[in-house]
Ligand binder design. Structure first.
Ligand code: PGA
Length: 251
């Protein structure tokens, strides 16, 4: 039985005052929910605030990126061990915005993934195709390539300690959600592919869907057999939307 995980990806949004109101409301409303897990991935400067506000609550927290390096002369970078000091349970790795806007290759993503694991932080590995790749019939091969890079570095044993987020690039922040059937087909593909390497690990792995998930479509997406929750961007900044999505993930 896979416990669904709903994770908020705040992206580059927030302020100390606004975050506090959001976190306080989420913590109190999450008390009522059971049979699911919930986390927020916040910008680096707000990790201390998340740690101070969320320790001992049902809401876990994490970061949206990390360095592939352990330490050293890497101006502007943040290491996995730093994230650990701020209590991060999760770190998003390989988000399509990092891949497309900041030049992260499959190889870099694989090293970041391994760095998170080495620190004992659960990587949320984002995979997904662009519209052009989907239209060319290449969605599955792109996702397979993205997964293979990480498996080559960390093995299925490493993958077992992660969460996968299938995020079709064309559905992120666009309001265009993949239909539940479209999403389920890709999730099933991912699980099938991984099962050829290790059936038990594939069966236990949490595979989230991400891309314009909102209160109105969460329940239908989450009712699909291979969709184990969501990675939520825009809707994670609104208490009511995010809580409704969390409710839809209750088992
Ligand atoms: P969105 O973003 O929910 O705003 O589409 C999802 C994501 O990028 O993780």
């Amino acid at each position: 039985m896979r416990l669904k995980l709903v994770a908020g990806n705040w992206k580059m949004h927030g302020s100390l005052a606004g975050n506090q109101a959001l976190l306080t409301a989420l913590v109190s409303q999450l008390e009522e929910l059971n049979g699911m897990r919930c986390a927020v991935c916040v910008p680096f400067p707000y990790l201390a605030q998340a740690q101070a506000s969320l320790t001992g609550t049902k809401l876990a927290w994490g970061a949206q990126n990390l360095s592939q390096y352990d330490k050293g002369a890497f101006t502007g970078e943040v290491s996995a061990s730093m994230l650990l000091e701020f209590g991060c349970s999760y770190v998003i790795v390989g988000h399509s915005e990092r891949r497309a806007l900041f030049g992260e290759t499959d190889a870099v993503v694989a090293v970041k993934f391994a760095a998170a694991l080495a620190a004992g932080i659960t990587p949320i590995l984002c995979v997904g195709e662009t519209l052009e790749e989907r239209d060319a019939g290449r969605a599955e091969s792109v996702i397979a390539r993205q997964l293979d890079a990480v498996i080559a570095g960390s093995g299925m044993v490493g993958l077992a300690k992660s969460v996968i987020a299938y995020e079709p690039v064309w559905a992120i922040g666009t309001g265009k959600t993949a239909s539940p059937e479209q999403a389920q087909a890709v999730h099933a593909f991912i699980r099938r592919k991984l099962a050829t390497l290790d059936a038990d690990i594939a069966a236990a792995l949490i595979i989230q869907y991400g891309g314009s998930v909102k209160a109105a479509n969460a329940a239908e997406l989450f009712s699909q057999p291979d969709i184990d929750g969501g990675l939520i961007g825009g809707a994670s900044l609104q208490v009511d939307e995010f809580m409704a999505i969390c409710q839809a993930a209750q088992g």
